[in-house]
Design a protein around this ligand. Structure first.
Ligand code: AHR
Length: 497
């Protein structure tokens, strides 16, 4: 144990809601995310399923309290023809997934499958519209197909395909990564295209008032945010997106997902911490054009990205270790603390792709360390952010320094405080003192996710190697909480009266 982390929580000053949508997920037609990971087909007799979707995955996602799920991409969204994914499955046209491995997509998982799944797990759907290669009419038709109760050609088609009631889909992406796979557009050009597509995406009923998300910047592309905030009328845009991955390099090796060096670990943490800088700077630009914070910042892709294991380049399958738990704990603390502007986020991606919460192998399934962190943190969903000041020691490597302990806290409907702490330090545990200002509390309980090695992960043979344990190491005395947080661990505490 070395230096002290000192936190002061101003419990009486809590006012900003942590939007539950910060805890959103993302499912793309990529590798085994949809096929094999979620959808195994209605006629599968080996893997128990409901309407073709694995029961074990449905169960896990319910447990996780997934607030929203983004689909069908990613890059795939701007190649996707939604009309090929409706109607009798045997008649659906096939396509080539040009972005992900050039595999044949048989369109057997389409709009009905996705929206019914969202209903089943209690998640709001977030549909990413095709702006890169689809027409304005296609996207307008998709809105009508899912949201028009009756009386339009599209609502009639939906009813004919077996769904009477509209789904009332509110969250819509107007393209994805328009600066790259979504069309290689300039920000000025995309701003115009956005205005055109968004014009024809109609609010059909009061229950389905659209929440339109403009395709956002990558990492530090502040000019993108500036141009969009300047050129898109603010009443046409509910949110602006941002993507940032914790990746070692886009050009050279991304490093392995297991068995990485400390240098690689440090760099991953450095990239994860950059989220703080990026969210702050993009928010500052947004503040200039939208001081009342009417437009949300949605980080609709984030997570660790490593070299693909085993399954080939296009599949983006990777293992998930305690390093990923660190990315998750740190990033969610950052989002919570920026709840006044960050009102949504989507971890990439939900099953078998990138920083997945679930991995599957035929009939086997496991929950990753990231799943556990997302679940430990879901107490913050729609709770009220408690402002904090934090003074943390640093984690040093080769002369470089990163803040070791990050934290965020919220007050729930019962008046209890939930505090989350993540220590990314590779070597040292840290003593933490938390001063609870403003209210009196008497009880404390906690949970911890920790493991012997940073590369520890769950396997199909040992699915519970990394798992959540009760944590009773926090002592509360006269309004001050004291605990020690081990190296590379995540702790959540519940404090009540
Ligand atoms: O999540 C994988 C890919 O990363 C997405 O398809 C794309 O939007 C981003 O570049």
């Amino acid at each position: 144990v070395t230096a002290q982390t000192k936190i002061t929580l101003n419990t009486d000053l809590a006012k900003t809601k942590i939007n539950k949508h910060i805890y959103g997920h993302f499912a793309e037609h990529l590798g085994r995310c949809i096929y094999g990971g979620m959808y195994v087909g209605e006629n599968n007799t080996k893997i128990p399923n409901t309407a073709g979707v694995r029961n074990d995955v449905i169960q896990a996602l319910k447990e996780l309290k997934v607030p929203n799920l983004r689909w069908p991409g990613g890059c795939f969204a701007d190649a996707y023809q939604w009309k090929d994914g409706i109607g009798p499955k045997e008649k659906r046209p096939k396509m080539v997934n040009v972005w992900w491995g050039g595999v044949t997509e048989d369109n057997s998982f389409g709009t009905h499958d996705f929206l019914d799944l969202c209903e089943r797990i209690g998640a709001e759907p977030y549909l990413a519209g095709n702006v890169g290669s689809g027409t304005v009419q296609d996207l307008a038709d998709w809105v009508s197909y899912v949201n028009q109760p009756t009386g339009s050609p599209m609502s009639d088609l939906r009813i004919q395909n077996g769904r009477k009631q509209p789904w009332n889909v509110k969250i819509w992406g107007v393209g994805n990564e328009a600066w790259g796979c979504g069309g290689n557009m300039t920000p000025e050009y995309y701003a115009n295209i956005y205005r055109q597509y968004a014009t024809f995406m109609k609010d059909i009923t009061p229950e389905s008032k659209l929440y339109k998300v403009a395709s956002g910047a990558s990492s530090d592309d502040f000019a993108w945010t500036e141009t969009l905030m300047k050129n898109i009328p603010h009443n046409m845009m509910s949110a602006l997106a941002l993507h940032h991955y914790s990746v070692l390099s886009w050009k050279d090796t991304k490093g392995p997902s297991v068995g990485f060096t400390e240098a690689q670990y440090f760099k991953t943490m450095d990239e994860a911490w950059k989220m703080e800088e990026f969210v702050t700077k993009h928010s500052t630009i947004m503040d200039k054009y939208d001081p009342e914070k009417k437009i949300d910042l949605i980080v609709d892709e984030w997570g660790g990205w490593y070299e693909t294991d085993a399954e080939g380049k296009g599949a983006l399958y990777q293992q998930n270790t305690m390093r990923d738990a660190m990315i998750a704990g740190l990033t969610l603390n950052i989002f919570n603390n920026h709840a006044d502007r960050v009102r949504g986020a989507n971890l990439a991606q939900i099953v078998n792709v990138l920083q997945a919460v679930i991995l599957t192998n035929e009939e086997k399934m496991l929950l990753t360390p990231t799943f556990h962190v997302m679940k430990m943190y879901n107490v913050h969903q729609d709770a009220t952010l408690v402002p904090m000041s934090i003074d943390s020691p640093t984690y040093e490597f080769n002369g470089k320094k990163l803040t070791a302990v990050s934290s965020s806290a919220s007050k729930d409907a019962s008046g209890a405080l939930n505090i989350s702490l993540t220590n990314i330090d590779f070597r040292k545990s840290h003593e933490v003192t938390i001063n609870l200002r403003g209210e009196d509390f008497s009880k404390v309980s906690g949970q911890i996710l920790a493991s012997t090695n940073i590369s520890d992960h769950n396997t199909f043979e040992q699915p519970n190697k990394v798992s959540v344990k009760d944590f009773s190491g926090a002592k509360l005395e006269k309004g001050v909480l004291k605990l020690t947080i081990p190296a590379y661990s995540v702790i959540t505490l519940k404090v009540s009266k």
